[in-house]
Ligand binder design. Structure first.
Ligand code: HEM
Length: 531
């Protein structure tokens, strides 16, 4: 049995045929009738059995995730294909056939918890590896780029895509005035919007999703050598999509379409599998690449930087309890292990803060790391204590550093002397504080055009149909005209004309903002350094 499943077993409870008790162990004599003043009289306040049961029920719900509320998850494992210690000292990648337990959760982004699986949207693809050096999460999406370049825009982007605040309509989709208003005023969204409007936005099933870490990360080996990489997940079942008409009909008939298929496939032993791959961004490739590797709206084509498989993920066990596992799991991009580090992508930097922050309220305080699904399988110890819902009984009187009373805690001494400890890459930074965005982030349309040009004719038709359908739901004419004449026109003239024709909009480009491509020469501060 894998280490994580074994750990979860300690928390299981499945009483069978036993007498019901209160939460404090007292046998209940009547679980179907409240205590009353006579069989036809009013109920009595002293009925603590009724009050305990009802109070617990009244508090069953926790806040759903602010985004990615609708999701399905499963347990599984990862097997490393080889010893990858030339790239990283992360131990889960350190030996051929090394097996690491994991839990994966796949989600839509905008819809609430009860919304349909097959709506047009990005799909979240989050994997928590329970490694022997602590938890490592890849919190990715099924689209390799993102809508905005800086984390400070994320709340605005989500407000524009979610239900409108006055009436909570529409649910689960993105076909409304606010979303198209926002994207047409925010050209950096162009590339990702094209992916969402393509067949990628309506996947056939979870097992047919390709997924990406999106940001550039660093891998660091034992010698301190850093290599920039991107994470890719390649489904062994292939990447397949629905047709828009199918997606809509299925959403009406079976909102759980993706969730059910994942569940049924695992129950039948037909386990979904993905290869984890890294795209290695050598200095040579970074030099040639026309965009900034820190810009999350840009994709690095495989022709420029090949994608190398490093291992395989298998999802082979359904959760025993949806709430305990799929709902309470807490992913975070800051869950890294030694050998993995961040880049300065300003979207990633903001995410490092946001996930822990939101989980403090979603999961009820600072001790959510103690919830069984979130516990690491390796030992952990530090001086944190107390707080709401604390389960650990920390022993000894002195829990501070330095102390001469209890030797309970291993003390982190000098950074360098902590063998196997996490160390950030010692990137040299010599800069002036500024709100300014790098000029190397300025070209918003070239890759949207590249994406359009890479499509076959029927895929192009699907994109035209997608925009035409979505924009037909926008009620304000000026927004529709802006999308056609200031957004689509900068991606491709034929695309703008075809969508314009379907919506009765004459193509009259107002601004042709196609900004010149900038050749990015990475400064020594972001390139690899051998220590
Ligand atoms: C979930 C914030 C961008 C992938 C979430 C949640 C928040 C959040 C607050 C809910 C977490 C929870 O309640 O546990 C942000 C911010 C972003 C950002 C501030 C940009 C600044 C992205 C990007 C990706 C992504 C670029 C993909 C690369 C996910 C996934 C989940 C998620 C997969 C669901 C995790 C789960 O299954 O529990 N995000 N996000 N997010 N985000 Fe982001």
């Amino acid at each position: 049995m894998d280490k994580k499943i074994e750990q979860l077993k300690c928390f299981e409870s499945s009483p069978k045929g036993e007498n019901s008790t209160t939460n404090f162990g007292v046998k209940i004599s009547n679980d179907e009738n409240t205590l009353k003043a006579g069989p036809r009289g009013p109920s009595l306040l002293e009925d603590f059995v009724f009050r305990e049961k009802m109070t617990h029920f009244d508090h069953e719900r926790i806040p759903e995730r602010i985004v990615h509320a609708r999701g399905s998850g499963a347990h599984g494992y990862f097997v490393s294909y080889a010893d990858h210690s030339n790239l990283t000292k992360a131990s889960f990648l350190s030996a051929k056939d090394k097996k690491t337990p994991l839990f994966a959760r796949v989600s839509t982004v905008q819809g609430p918890r009860g919304s349909a699986d097959t709506v047009r949207d990005v799909r979240g693809f989050a994997v928590k590896f329970y490694t022997d050096e602590g938890n490592f999460d890849i919190v990715g999406n099924n689209i390799p780029v993102f809508f905005v370049q800086d984390a400070i825009s994320f709340p605005d982007f989500v407000h524009a895509g979610k239900m409108e605040q006055q009436n909570e309509m529409p649910t689960g989709g993105s076909a409304h005035d606010t979303f198209y208003d926002y994207i047409s005023l925010k050209p950096e969204t162009a590339h990702t919007v094209m992916w969402v409007m393509s067949d990628r936005g309506i996947p056939l099933s979870i097992r047919h999703l390709q997924a990406f870490g999106v940001h550039t990360y660093r891998l660091i080996n034992a010698q301190g050598k850093s290599t920039f990489i991107k994470w890719f997940w390649k489904p062994l079942s292939g990447t397949l999509s629905l047709l828009w008409d199918e997606a809509q009909k299925i959403a009406g008939k079976n909102g759980d379409y993706h969730r059910k298929r994942l569940w049924d496939d695992i129950e039948a032993g037909d386990f979904p599998q993905w290869e984890l791959c890294v795209q290695i961004l050598s200095d040579e490739i970074i030099e040639k690449f026309e965009f900034d590797i820190l810009d999350p709206t840009k994709f690095i084509p495989e022709e420029l930087a090949p994608v190398t498989p490093v291992g395989r993920m298998v999802l082979n066990k359904n959760p025993d309890n949806f709430f305990a596992e799929t709902e309470q799991i807490a992913f975070c991009v800051s869950h890294v292990v030694p050998g993995i580090d961040f880049s300065n992508d300003p979207l990633l930097q903001g995410r490092i803060f946001s996930y822990l922050d939101t989980q403090l309220s979603r999961l009820g305080g600072p001790n959510f790391n103690e919830i069984p699904i979130n516990r690491p399988v390796c030992p952990f110890a530090n001086t944190q204590r107390d707080g709401i819902h604390r389960m650990t009984i920390n022993k000894g009187g002195a829990n501070y550093f330095p102390n001469s009373i209890d030797g309970n805690y291993p003390r982190p001494k000098e950074e360098a002397s902590v063998k196997g400890g996490f160390l950030p890459y010692p990137e040299k930074i010599d800069a002036v504080k500024t709100y300014k965005r790098s000029e190397t982030f300025n070209d918003h349309f070239s890759q949207a055009t590249m994406f359009w040009n890479s499509m076959s004719q029927h895929e192009k038709n699907h994109i035209v149909d997608g925009f035409s359908f979505e924009l037909s739901k926008v009620t304000r004419r000026n927004i529709v005209e802006r999308v056609v004449n200031e957004f689509l026109i900068n991606i491709d003239k034929t695309l703008a004309e075809k969508v314009g024709k379907n919506l009765g909009v004459t193509v009259e480009p107002k601004v042709t903002k196609n900004i010149q491509k900038k050749l990015v020469k990475p400064s020594p501060a972001i390139s690899q350094v051998n220590l």
